[in-house]
Design a protein. Structure first.
Length: 197
C-alpha cells in the first residue's frame, strides 16, 4: 500500500517506459491543437504525462511530493523542452496552483490526507480558468487501499457532489480486481473529466 514508507524509486523503476495515460490523451482532444495553453500535472510522478504535454506545446507546471519524480521528469525532457516547464516539489496541501486551462491528476489526489482534501479541491476549482478542465481520479470506498487513513476515499454520491458545480464531460466507475505496480489489487476508481463553466 502506498504511504509515507512507500518506495517511490522502486515504483518508478517498475513503470519505466510506460505509455501516457489514456485519460490525458482523451482530454487533450477537447482542446484546440495549436494554441499555447497552460496545464498543471498534479502528482506528476515519473513525468510521462508532463513530457507529453510539453511535446504538444503546452506550458506545464509539474507538481509532485517526491523530488525523485521531478528528477526523472527533468531527465526525460530535452533542455529545449524545459523552457515551458516549471516544477514544484510540494505536498498537495502546500502546492501553489496558478490559473490553468487543464489540471491533470492521474491517480494522485486520493493520496491527499482526508483533512486536507476539501481545501485541495477548492484550490483545484479556483485554479481552473473559465472553460478549463480537470481530468483525474477519485478512489472509491471499495478500493483495497481504503483502510489507509492517510488517503482519501469517496462514495459515488460524494464524488458527484464534489464536481456538481462543474460540467461533467466524462464519468466512469471501475469496481473490479486488477493489478497495481505493487501486485494484485481491487480497484474502486471514479475517473472524471469536468469543465468549469
Amino acid at each position: 500500500m502506498a504511504d509515507d514508507t512507500f518506495n517511490w524509486d522502486e515504483y518508478y523503476k517498475k513503470i519505466q517506459g510506460r505509455a501516457p495515460r489514456q485519460l490525458l490523451l482523451d482530454v487533450l482532444e477537447k482542446f484546440p491543437a495549436d494554441t499555447a495553453l497552460h496545464a498543471i500535472d498534479l502528482g506528476s510522478g515519473d513525468g510521462t504525462e508532463t513530457a507529453l504535454l510539453l511535446s504538444r506545446g503546452w506550458h506545464v507546471l509539474a507538481v509532485d511530493g517526491e523530488s525523485a519524480g521531478i528528477q526523472r521528469l527533468m531527465d526525460k525532457v530535452p533542455r529545449e523542452g524545459q523552457v515551458h516547464l516549471q516544477t514544484q516539489v510540494a505536498k498537495f496541501e502546500e502546492a501553489i496552483l496558478p490559473p490553468a486551462d487543464l489540471i491533470h491528476a492521474s491517480y494522485s489526489i486520493p493520496f491527499c490526507h482526508p483533512d486536507h482534501f476539501p481545501a485541495l479541491w477548492e484550490k483545484i476549482a479556483n485554479a481552473l480558468k473559465l472553460g478549463g478542465r480537470f481530468a483525474g481520479q477519485f478512489f472509491g470506498v471499495h478500493d483495497s487501499w481504503a483502510a489507509n487513513k492517510d488517503m482519501t476515499f469517496h462514495t459515488e454520491a460524494q464524488v458527484r457532489a464534489i464536481i456538481e458545480n462543474l460540467e461533467t464531460e466524462y464519468f466512469h466507475e471501475e469496481d473490479a480486481d486488477g493489478h497495481a505496480a505493487s501486485g494484485p489489487k481491487h480497484w474502486h476508481v471514479f475517473t472524471v473529466i469536468v469543465r468549469k463553466i
